[in-house]
Design a protein around this ligand. Structure first.
Ligand SMILES: [Ca+2]
Length: 231
């Protein structure tokens, strides 16, 4: 103990002297305490590398109904209205259907609509994985993209088109039987609680067909919602 005390006492004057020299050399600045890696240059552009699989599974449905989307430990086996589904549709807009496409008609605060399609529901029902990738990278595949002044026809019109879906296992159907169907679709007559379960709910078929020659008989999907007119 005695030697330690003597040692500290002997060093103290040198410590005070060193601090005094630093003070006399001028004000402190960050150059004394920080340095950049020698390979770092100011002109470097930020870059990102995306590692993405490149196979046919990109053309599967984006929301497969066996994934825990919101991380609460419970699998989303069907449409979950509290979840915001990403895709070509705006989750907070309502859509009407005309001219062979969905057209935004109204905004909605709670993602529900009246006699129109909910954009959030349409994303869950129709998006494929490649659609989501295209939306992220460049806003989506445009079948029409005309920026000229409005004047009729397709002028000043942008239309996003869902990817091509072959009429095989890549085509898919989404079934929903929640009590809020009438607020997610324009249909108000869909049964949800009939004894015969086959009469309840709505099935949305996703495939690529020639709209000019399409008929229900050609579709690889069957409409199981018997409560919904097939007209
Ligand atoms: Ca969940």
């Amino acid at each position: 103990m005695r030697l330690t005390t003597l040692g500290i006492g002997a060093l103290m004057p040198w410590a005070v002297w060193a601090v005094g020299l630093d003070y006399l050399s001028g004000a402190d600045n960050m150059l004394k305490y920080a340095a950049l890696p020698v390979t770092s240059v100011d002109s470097a552009q930020p870059q990102a590398m995306i590692t993405l699989s490149k196979d046919h599974t990109l053309f599967f449905k984006a929301y497969n109904d066996f994934t825990d989307l919101n991380g609460d430990g419970v699998i989303e086996t069907t449409y979950n209205h509290s979840f915001i589904y990403y895709g070509y549709f705006d989750s907070f807009k309502c859509y009407s259907y005309s001219s062979d496409r969905f057209v935004p008609a109204n905004r909605t605060e709670d993602k529900y609509c009246n006699n129109q399609w909910s954009g959030n529901f349409l994303n869950w029902a129709s998006m494929t994985r490649i659609d989501v990738v295209r939306k992220i990278l460049f806003g989506g595949a445009r079948s029409i993209d005309d920026s000229t002044a409005a004047g009729g026809g397709d002028q000043n019109l942008t239309v996003l088109q869902r990817t091509y879906l072959p009429n095989d296992a890549h085509s898919f159907a989404k079934y929903y039987n929640g009590p809020d169907i009438a607020k997610l679709t324009p249909f108000t007559d869909i049964s949800t609680n009939k004894v015969d379960k086959r009469e309840n709910g709505i099935t949305l078929c996703n495939t690529t067909v020639d709209i000019l020659t399409f008929s229900k008989e050609m579709s690889p999907c069957r409409i199981f919602a018997l409560g919904l007119s097939e007209e």
